[in-house]
Structure formats: structure tokens, C-alpha cells
Ligand binder design. Structure first.
Ligand code: SF4
Length: 350
């Protein structure tokens, strides 16, 4: 490696970046697919990659960085959800959650940042503020750590959702590169429509995601309210983008086939479930191929909201149903280990 050459983020490099790098260090771009398969598909060390050879393996190792991620805690729950507390090299911690689906599959909810800058008032992660963004390699390695744990339970991770700590579109370049690795057929090889990015709604970044992946990445919008004052109360950064501009960005987002846009709505009694609020959500969803995911607000220490009773939660669904909205209830899983949505602030941090 020359003095001017930046070390490559080995596990977060897209195949094009990897090929260019291998060329530069004299290994040859034609090894890129083989290296990507070894690292991401087979999960083996550089030295064990067939036909690469020890000299090339050393040249790659010496010119790249590999994030050291360590499983600090594995917290299984009775419903099958498993929370992983992951320690990063600098001591920061993030969380990922394995959510079982069907009989043999699992979805991995992963983090894109340590903490979050968005400041959502209903979310435990917001209380941390933004500590830093994860490198693409740190994002991808969460899947590497989770895969054997899912496999031990007889499950294969076939879906990834960016719904853990952080706002993935606020950390766009790393999110984009991580998705490219996760969906590269020589990388992790997830189907592109198996990746969902959840965002509080940054219209310019939604447009960018649409351009970069041609609509193959699924979109989940943390809508919560379609009335501007309520939305700003829940998501302070919503003040920068009004509801109409958000809706226009969803209209522009390219969609493949019968893909739906998920609209996440957290049910907070008296705030997001009033008839006016639900009518505004129905109006927002009208004309979109959207599914509203209703999520009961999950309590955390110091928060000033109240969780809905099961009666209130079901009533919100009934009202949206009556307004002709396609609704799904997302019941919190893993609540006892604070793995449910919005609870990913780390009691274990530090
Ligand atoms: S809900 Fe998402 S975007 Fe909002 S503070 Fe929490 S992690 Fe950040």
C-alpha cells in the first residue's frame, strides 16, 4: 500500500470498490468475486479463500481494515426474537434483532448509527443523541454475527430491515454501500426486495435511494401522523419537510411489481389515534400502494407518553379499516429484553 492509499473497508466494500482496490494492490480485479464470496457467503478468512494464495491474502489484509465486532450479549426471548448487543472496536455498542418468520427463515433488524440525531420524542434511541455512523463494514458484519445464531435455531436470515438504531438515510453513503454488499450475488446475496429501509422521511434521500436501486429496496416510512403539528411533536426534524413533500417523494419512488410502501404508525393514546389523526393517515395513504403498520408505543424510562391498552390498539385498527386503509398490526416482540421498536437505546452502553 502506498502512503497515499486509504485502507479499504474490506467487509463494506462494494464489488466495484473491491475490484478497483485489488487491481491497485497487484492482486487483480478478477479475484473480486471470489473474495466477496469467501468473506460474505462462506464466512471464511482471506487465507482460506481457494485459489487466492497466501501472498495475495497478505496484500489484501495489509491494505484493508476489518471492523472488529464482538457479540457482547445474546438475549433470546420466549417468542423467538433474539436481541444481539454488539460491541464495536471503539467500545460503542449497537443492537441487532433476529426476528423469526415462517418455520425456517428470519429477518434481521440492524443498526446504521450509534444513537440517532433525529430526536424522535417517542423513541428511546433518541435519548442517546448521535454518537457516530457505522461504516458499511460494521453494518454488514452485524449480519455475519447474527447468521450463526439464526442457523443454530434452524433459521436462515433472508430479510434485512434497517430499523435498529439510527436513521439510515441520514447516513446515506454507508447505508447505500452496505445494501450493495448485502444484495450482491457474490456478496451476502440477499434478494434486493428483501431489504427494507425505514426512514422518518428525508425526501431528497428517498429520491436518491430510488435512483440508486431502481425501487428494488423496500421503503418503510415512519409516518406516525399525517398532520404536520403532531408529526413535528413526534419527529422534530419533520419541521424541515412538510407532509405534502413527503407524500410527493413516495409518489416519485420507483416501485417494482406489487411492492408496497410501509407506513409505520405508532399508536399513542390521545395523540396518534384520534379520529382526526386516523382520517389524516387514511388521506395520506389514499392512492398509494401502502400498508399501514400499527405499532403500540413501547414505554421506556423518562418518556411522557402512555402505552395503548389492547382495546385502544385494536380500536385504532378498526377505525382505519373502516376508512378503507390496508392495516397490519405489528405487535412488539421481545419486549422483555427491550428489543421492541424504539427501545434500542442501550441500557448496556458503556
Ligand atoms: S425513531 Fe428512528 S429516526 Fe427517530 S430517533 Fe429513533 S432511531 Fe432515530
Amino acid at each position: 500500500m502506498t502512503a497515499a492509499m486509504e485502507p479499504l473497508d474490506l467487509y463494506g466494500a462494494t464489488r466495484a470498490q473491491l475490484a478497483e482496490h485489488l487491481d491497485r494492490v497487484g492482486v487483480g480485479a478478477h479475484h473480486a468475486a471470489r473474495v466477496a464470496r469467501g468473506l460474505h457467503r462462506q464466512g471464511i478468512a482471506l487465507e482460506a479463500i481457494r485459489d487466492l494464495g497466501p501472498r495475495h491474502a497478505r496484500a489484501i489484509r495489509d491494505s484493508t481494515t476489518s471492523p472488529e465486532l464482538r457479540l457482547a450479549q445474546v438475549l433470546p426471548t420466549e417468542d423467538g426474537t433474539t436481541k444481539l448487543v454488539i460491541a464495536l472496536a471503539d467500545g460503542a455498542r449497537v443492537e441487532a434483532v433476529i426476528i423469526p418468520g415462517g418455520t425456517k427463515r428470519a429477518t434481521l433488524c440492524l443498526s446504521s448509527q450509534v444513537g440517532c440525531a433525529m430526536g424522535c420524542t417517542f423513541c428511546a434511541t433518541a435519548t442517546m443523541g448521535l454518537v457516530r455512523g457505522l461504516s458499511p463494514g460494521e453494518i454488514v458484519r452485524q449480519l455475519h454475527l447474527a447468521r450463526p445464531i439464526a442457523a443454530a435455531a434452524g433459521r436462515r436470515i433472508t430479510r434485512v430491515v434497517f430499523m435498529g438504531m439510527g436513521e439510515p438515510l441520514h447516513h446515506y453513503a454507508a447505508t447505500r454501500d452496505a445494501i450493495a454488499v448485502l444484495t450482491d450475488m457474490n456478496g451476502v446475496a440477499l434478494a434486493r426486495d428483501s431489504v427494507t429501509v425505514s426512514t422518518v422521511g428525508l425526501p431528497a434521500r428517498i429520491d436518491q435511494l430510488g435512483r440508486d436501486f431502481g425501487g428494488q429496496v423496500q421503503l418503510a416510512l415512519s409516518l406516525h401522523s399525517a398532520r404536520q403539528p403532531t408529526r413535528e411533536r413526534l419527529i422534530p426534524t419533520a419541521a424541515r419537510h412538510d407532509v405534502a413533500s413527503l407524500r410527493a417523494a413516495l409518489d416519485r419512488y420507483p416501485r417494482r411489481g406489487r411492492a408496497f410502501i410501509m407506513l409505520e404508525v405508532v399508536v399513542i393514546p390521545g395523540l396518534t389515534d384520534t379520529p382526526d389523526e386516523l382520517a389524516a393517515i387514511a388521506a395520506f395513504a389514499s392512492g398509494l400502494p401502502a400498508i399501514v403498520n400499527l405499532i403500540p408505543w413501547n414505554p421506556f424510562g423518562g418518556a411522557s407518553f402512555r402505552a395503548p391498552t389492547s382495546g385502544e390498539f385494536v380500536e385504532a385498527r378498526r377505525r382505519l379499516d373502516a376508512l378503507g386503509v390496508r392495516v397490519r398490526l405489528r405487535l412488539p416482540r421481545g419486549r422483555e429484553v427491550a428489543a421492541a421498536c424504539g427501545q434500542l437505546a442501550l441500557a448496556t452502553a458503556g
